[in-house]
Design a protein around this ligand. Sequence first.
Ligand SMILES: [Zn+2]
Ligand SMILES: [Zn+2]
Length: 217
Amino acid sequence: MMQLRHFTFNPFQENTYVLYDETKEAIIIDPGCYEKEEQGLLNGFIEKEGLKVKYLINTHCHIDHVLGNAFVKRKYQVPLWMHKNEVQVLKAVSAYASNYGFPGYEETEGDKFIDEKDSITFGNTTLEIFFVPGHAPGHLIFYHPETSTCIAGDTLFQGSIGRTDLPGGDHATLLRAIKDQMFVLPDEVKVYPGHGPATTIGDEKIHNPFVGKNARF
Ligand SMILES: [Zn+2]
Ligand SMILES: [Zn+2]
């Protein structure tokens, strides 16, 4: 059965996820590890569990989610999978990384473009892919029905939603995508977001102030 391990990295407090199963095959989603110490924490876990990393995957390519891309690609010799609408978003990071305090950021490029028609398989595990734009133009989320797990990136948070004032963002698009793509999932599905604690679809359907039943915004 699929297992999940999460780390919180970099000053943006970004959640990095490692998914793996009994075969020891694994994927890494949104590695935010910039400092050597953070990279050591991630690699320490991979080595301790004896995991074989198969892919590096970005939900979207804002700086906080890609700071460890180069490290993961090099360390595990794995391809980067992402949506093609994020190519420009990823390219832009090099231009502003220094200003944000990350002079050591190394550029990476996508190796394979994926969308909602694809799925991701590692070991005995297959993830479904949903396209949830609005926070970023090519934002993907990943769903594992057997464990009721959703890796949500910066779409839906506990009590909030992703910001939409960044280039390529659009508020109405995000609201619609969350309702159409995520709120159709079962209530018990656990949502693991790019920042902050996990929540569930059912909780956010009721309590979320942006997209919930009694939305205030
Ligand atoms: Zn983001
Ligand atoms: Zn983020």
